[in-house]
Design a protein around this ligand. Structure first.
Ligand SMILES: CC(C)(COP(=O)(O)OP(=O)(O)OC[C@H]1O[C@@H](n2cnc3c(N)ncnc32)[C@H](O)[C@@H]1OP(=O)(O)O)[C@@H](O)C(=O)NCCC(=O)NCCS
Length: 149
């Protein structure tokens, strides 16, 4: 059974296994731990208790930001990223979010396809924002209006 729930500090190890496996530049345990202490900030998608993926979201004055989203490598490409993001959006709408922002590496085709497919629109670029092999890489900025249902 698929379950969507808010994470607790005791989920740290499962989150870090997925995080370290999925990202060339994963978040540190320390940073993740800090977000796990904030209520309703880290969200999990699980299947029969197994960690599939997680998303880190902040909501301030109606503005939501997707800070991180990860599906464990062995579960990628099976629709779980879309399910996780749909759940996050549903939760945010229900709690009064009006819009959502995110940044993504311009080389991250799977993530860009997911964000655009779900309704995010590109509206900016931060040059050299991310570290990359031999230098840096631009971030593309995306947003979506959540107030229109
Ligand atoms: C990006 C990521 C979260 C997507 O999750 P996923 O479970 O693999 O994606 P899904 O199977 O739900 O696919 C959703 C959409 O993404 C796109 N997509 C997924 N994998 C893709 C790939 N390898 N190439 C191109 N598009 C892809 C498709 O458009 C798909 O749309 P569809 O539902 O119409 O087929 C996941 O691949 C991941 O964790 N990647 C590593 C970490 C990362 O880059 N996170 C995002 C930035 S923080």
């Amino acid at each position: 059974m698929l379950t969507f729930r808010a994470a607790t500090p005791s989920d740290l190890q499962a989150i870090m296994v997925a995080e370290n496996g999925a990202h060339a530049y994963p978040w540190s345990e320390k940073v993740m731990q800090r977000y796990l202490l904030k209520p309703d900030c880290v969200w999990l998608l699980e299947q029969d208790g197994q960690h599939l993926g997680h998303a880190v979201v902040t909501l301030i004055a109606g503005e939501a930001e997707l800070l991180m989203m990860t599906v464990a490598p062995e579960f990628q490409g099976q629709g779980f990223g879309r399910r996780l993001l749909e759940h996050v959006l549903q939760h945010l709408r229900a709690t009064g979010a009006e819009c959502m922002f995110l940044e993504v590496r311009e080389s991250n085709a799977p993530a860009i396809a997911l964000y655009e497919g779900i309704g995010f629109g590109e509206n900016g670029r931060r040059r050299g924002y991310y570290p990359a092999p031999g230098g840096s890489e631009d971030a593309l900025l995306y947003s979506m209006d959540l107030s229109d249902g």
